[in-house]
Design a protein around this ligand. Sequence first.
Ligand code: FAD
Ligand code: UDP
Length: 380
Amino acid sequence: MEKIIVVGAGLSGATIARLFAEKGDFVTVIDKRNTIGGNVYDEKDKNGILVQPYGPHIFHTNEKEVYEFLSQYTEWFKYEHKVLAYIKGKYVPVPFNLTSLKTLFPEDKAERIKKVLSDEIGYGKKTPILSLKKHEKAEIRAFADFVYKNVFEYYTKKQWNLKPEELGETVMNRVPVYVSREDRYFTDEYQYQPREGFTHMVENILRHPNVTLKLGQDAMQDITLADGKIYLNGVEFDGKVIYTGCIDELFDYKYGVLPYRSLKFKFKTKKTSSYQPSAVVNYTTNKPFTRISEFTKFTCQPQEKTVICKEYSKKFKKGKNIPYYPIPIQKNYDHYDKYLSEAVKYPNLYLLGRLANYKYINMDVAVKNAIELFNKITNE
Ligand code: FAD
Ligand code: UDP
């Protein structure tokens, strides 16, 4: 039986805490927020509508193991996410597809582009925007430039303050261009939302006699690191610490603050059952916000009223706002590596999750990484 401290009660922390608890270890989960779930936390507002204060979350995965793990803690409802972009006064599907093409181009031109895309890329195929832009056929490059300008350029500037090329393919490939009428945002095998919300699911994950939960507590007040050893309130700790917070905070920012993007959300209740034509509308060519999400459309709760949220991307300022997105560019990975070279000096310290690993990962990858880390530790 071992003592395990998990810093962070987000999906990463909750998953690994549960696995250690089931193995018979005593696990203390500490979170500085007063809530569990990290950024997937949801709650009912004054009208009883489930909202997600840290931004819209849609579950999707191709990982059977992840789906089966989470299915122990929630019932699901089938939900396939659709997103529209508001371009030139029209709502068109994103990822950009043949319907978007037909809506935005004159009929004969749309037919011609469809034919050349089908011949060159293949009907039913998807393609990354950055490679489409470099295609040998001028007609395809002209089409790609249109999509780049109207879907990616301004949105990416707002979201990251970077150009799509600076972010590279790993980020840009998340949203391809479809040579078909595929209008789902994700094509993963498992696409479900937790019937009673994410907080309810995480509550169930953490509900175990071997798990002690401490909320509203900054773990770094109690934990110190020195010379390869971990101290808890000044006493050497002989268990393991799984850390899911920011790595720079763990080492007292000795190499400076790592860059992140932060977000500001503006919520509004609307006296209508439906505010917009899809759950999320991306504003890719105008408006200062990136997107508007309408929670009632993806949380299984038909209502008389609805709640929308406008999302503004901001520079992260330590102590002022929340570090939501690691910025996935080489310069920042190099910066992160300096901290990583400190972390490896601590054999009982393990880094996990979006912040500690400085990775732009989805929920399913957070769960998968937690399962994998647990397996690695227990086979050590
Ligand atoms: P987090 O959720 O950030 O949890 C880390 C926790 O650690 C926090 O609760 C924090 O308070 C706590 N903590 C940090 N430092 C300390 C400390 N010193 N002491 C105590 N506690 C500490 N993924 C999808 O699959 N689908 C989506 O639709 C989707 N939408 C997203 C939308 C937004 C706006 C964002 C930001 C992310 C989205 N994601 C989505 C990604 C998803 O949120 C993450 O993959 C997942 O939540 C990562 O979980 P985590 O536990 O690693 O991190
Ligand atoms: N993106 C874009 N326009 C869109 C949708 C996405 O430019 O309409 C770009 C943008 O850079 C974004 C990235 O593609 O950050 C990934 O989009 P995704 O929806 O996967 O991001 P998430 O909101 O899940 O972080």
